[in-house]
Design a protein around this ligand. Structure first.
Ligand SMILES: *[C@@H]1O[C@H](CO)[C@@H](O)[C@H](O)[C@H]1NC(C)=O
Ligand SMILES: *[C@@H]1O[C@H](CO)[C@@H](O)[C@H](O)[C@H]1NC(C)=O
Ligand SMILES: *[C@@H]1O[C@H](CO)[C@@H](O)[C@H](O)[C@H]1NC(C)=O
Ligand SMILES: *[C@@H]1O[C@H](CO)[C@@H](O)[C@H](O)[C@H]1NC(C)=O
Ligand SMILES: *[C@@H]1O[C@H](CO)[C@@H](O)[C@H](O)[C@H]1NC(C)=O
Length: 493
């Protein structure tokens, strides 16, 4: 496998799969069922929207803060390949480094007593196991708790008093994390002035990981304490903070692939203004509607079957994915248009995965740009130096990956990760169900409206990893598509 490892996490299927193993005298049965998207029906959707609006109205006048999440890491495939932030948890508060991932929902950290959790990281950050027994503010979530009941759609098996709410998340490379939910205080930084912050405490429910497998386990490469899912499910930190009246359901990121780190902020972004496209409603991910693809300014002749129709259409926007995955037909068209410009290239395969070639000249002069055009005339242009990544001097590899993600209908979805999202300010307005972006300098700052004071405060870029890290040279990190599952397992008693 060489340098390949799990890099980021994304949900492959559009439905959440609850996989329950129910045991008695050992694991006896194991059945899997797909939960239909809860908001699939049109009527449901309207109800959800009006519920959201009511929620907004109730919320009106409450004190909502802007949160500054310091970023570290670098989404470049031959750097750390991931972005992470730092949060405080528990009393007394300790700091935890968690990967930021808009493709999943849960916040979880490795916990004390964990078997096979990483204790050292090649990133040079200090890893810490969260210990609920040492935090005076922590409490376990019982299976009868509202959070557990809604997360499992009221189908937690054999829930009885004293049974705690457990979970398992399985990722595409077969690695997984499992544990149980706890409630404790999270400490975040809220904007209190221009480029100034003050602590903000909020009570949240998150996963306490006590069993890891695969690359989430003992590997020290780019190991972090856990994952912070920025999805829109009610279980996400964003939804919990919004439900507590702490924030508006809106966040933005600017991932700096040049220097590493960047901006990650929760709140109402007032500047820069970004052009937006609607999110496809009622999807578990951030999906937008792609209408056209251009290579070097020439539109590709794409069949409607590829782009889909109505709500079936969708391209997933995910910060937690390093590269970009295109269905085979689109991949072939894009690649042939790109490579036609340089007929003499000799391709070779690196890490059994990437198509690479020797090239000594400026790639931006030699290759065409690729532009994705979305509903509402929002476009996203990817430059050659972004979709090609350099692994050695004069050796470049193609970042586009062949193979889309399949949704539950077997339709191929396009997945756009850091490869195309870097060096742009991407604004996810979950409340208004839009997503937008603009080219941006991630070392500069953005302005958010602070509802407490009515003031506009700037939040700037950070880099938690300014010093060099010790990753194997030439190591290539790669996102592997995954199946996200909430799993309930019972051992015999
Ligand atoms: C935030 O929570 C921590 C841990 O419980 C506590 O020590 C601190 O005093 C709290 N800070 C504020 C501003 O409430
Ligand atoms: C990287 O490795 C060098 C030499 O082994 C060591 O001195 C240094 O502290 C390491 N840096 C980090 C960030 O771990
Ligand atoms: C999610 O939260 C919203 C707002 O609090 C609520 O109206 C809705 O019923 C919740 N959805 C589920 C599935 O629990
Ligand atoms: C969200 O939608 C509301 C109602 O349509 C609108 O008034 C408001 O300006 C929108 N907010 C943003 C940030 O676009
Ligand atoms: C980006 O912003 C930083 C901080 O304001 C500035 O120092 C730098 O020159 C800017 N870079 C570019 C390319 O404009």
């Amino acid at each position: 496998m060489g340098g390949l490892r799990l890099l980021a996490l994304v949900v492959v299927t559009v439905a959440v799969v609850h996989q329950w193993a129910v045991g008695g005298g050992g694991v006896m049965g194991n059945f899997v069922f797909e939960v239909e998207n809860k908001f699939k029906a049109g009527g449901e959707r309207e109800r959800t929207l009006s519920a959201l609006k009511q929620h907004d109205a109730r919320r009106h006048g409450r004190m909502m803060a802007s949160i500054d999440l310091e970023l570290g890491g670098n989404g470049h495939p031959s750097a750390t390949g991931l972005y992470f932030t730092k949060v405080g948890l528990g009393t007394p508060t300790d700091e935890y480094y968690v990967q930021v991932d808009t493709g999943s929902d849960l916040l979880w950290v490795n916990c004390a007593g964990c078997s096979r959790c990483p204790t050292k990281s090649d990133l040079g950050i200090k890893l810490t196991l969260f210990d609920p027994s040492k935090s005076s503010t922590s409490g376990e979530i019982a299976c009868s708790d509202n959070f557990c009941r809604t997360t499992y759609n009221n189908r937690y098996p054999s829930c009885s008093p004293g049974v705690r709410c457990e979970y398992v998340v399985t990722y595409g490379d077969g690695s997984s994390t499992s544990g149980y939910f706890v409630r404790d205080i999270i400490q975040l930084n809220q904007a209190s002035g221009n480029l100034k912050t003050a602590p903000l405490n909020s009570s949240v429910i998150f996963g306490c990981g006590n069993r890891q497998s695969g690359d989430l386990g003992s590997s020290t490469d780019a190991a972090v304490d856990g994952i912070l899912g920025f999805g829109q499910a009610n279980s996400s930190l964003l939804s919990q903070l919004a439900a507590a009246g702490n924030v508006r359901k809106e966040f933005a990121h600017c991932l700096d692939v040049v220097k590493g780190g960047g901006i990650f902020a929760i709140g109402d972004v007032v500047s820069p203004k970004v052009k937006t496209t609607p999110m496809v409603p009622n999807m578990p991910h951030y999906n937008v509607i792609l209408e056209e693809v251009e290579v070097g300014g020439n539109p590709l002749d794409l069949p409607t079957s590829l782009l889909g129709t109505g709500d079936e259409r969708g391209t997933i926007i995910d910060s937690g994915t390093t590269l970009a995955y295109l269905p085979p037909m689109l991949y072939d068209l894009v690649l042939s248009q790109i490579l036609d410009r340089q007929p003499g290239l000799k391709m070779h395969t690196v890490e059994e995965q990437f198509s690479c070639f020797q090239f000594g000249k400026n790639v931006d002069d030699a290759f065409p740009t690729v532009t994705f055009k979305f509903k509402g005339s929002l476009s996203l242009t990817v430059y050659p130096h972004e979709y090609l990544f350099q692994i050695r001097e004069d050796v470049w590899c193609i970042g586009w990956q062949n193979g889309g993600l399949q949704n539950h209908d077997g339709r191929q979805m396009i997945l756009l990760g850091d490869l195309v999202l870097s060096n742009k300010l991407v604004v996810y307005d979950v409340q208004n169900q839009t997503i937008g972006w603009t080219d941006f300098n991630c070392s500069s700052s953005i302005k958010l409206r602070d509802e407490k004071s009515g003031a506009e405060y700037s939040i700037g870029g950070h880099n938690l990893l300014s010093s060099a890290f010790n990753l194997t040279v030439g190591r290539i990190f790669m996102f592997l598509p995954v199946l996200f599952a909430l799993l309930q397992s019972f051992s015999a008693f």
